[in-house]
Design a protein around this ligand. Sequence first.
Ligand SMILES: [Fe+2]
Ligand SMILES: [Fe+2]
Length: 238
Amino acid sequence: MARSIAHQSVADLGGPSSILTLQRNDHVRLARLMDRARATLPTGGATHQVALRAVARLVFTHAFAEEAVLFPAARRALPEGDPLSLRIEEDHQEVNELMARLDMSSADDPEHPERLERTFAVLDADVRTEEDELLPRLQEVMDPRQLRTIGRQWEFLRRTSPTRPHPVVSRRPPGQTLSALPLTVIDRSRDRLQQLGERTGGRLDPLLGPTDRVLALAAGAVERIPVIQYGERPETDR
Ligand SMILES: [Fe+2]
Ligand SMILES: [Fe+2]
């Protein structure tokens, strides 16, 4: 059985830019952001929403780049790459659906804490499958140079990926990759509007609210373009 990457040295993982190191760093950051979201739950309102947005931003850029770069590489390199990556894509699909629901609920909704914990439990399971199964297997069959090449591709895509849940989009290329440009532009515009709203203490809400709703509708329309669903497996089709 391959050895988990959780406690290996950075040198053993192939150096700081190896996909194994980059993944583990991001997973540690995710655990911290989830703790902060839990801690802000009793305060409710804006502070909790900001903490949740930080979780979402990390999760969706991270997972999008995995689906575009890491899992296709795993499918090429490992005989068990297809079922293993599919299992993780099913977790990603569930996180997309749960976070979309969390986005629509507020902290004082009685079901919100339970939804939050369910979402975080799936995220924890996703991290364990990657660190204990998928990434150690890649470590066995790839040399450090290959791990660094995938790391660079993943890092580039992570910086240019959509930042919000999109449950309807295919979890696999080519639909997944085709959705990247329009959804990245829309999501990051919505993020900027939201930051502007927070900076101006809600004074611009009458203007920003309707603009955000138009952008959300545009994202929904993009998600439903048939070509964006190409490559989808029935297991993650919604
Ligand atoms: Fe990951
Ligand atoms: Fe993942």
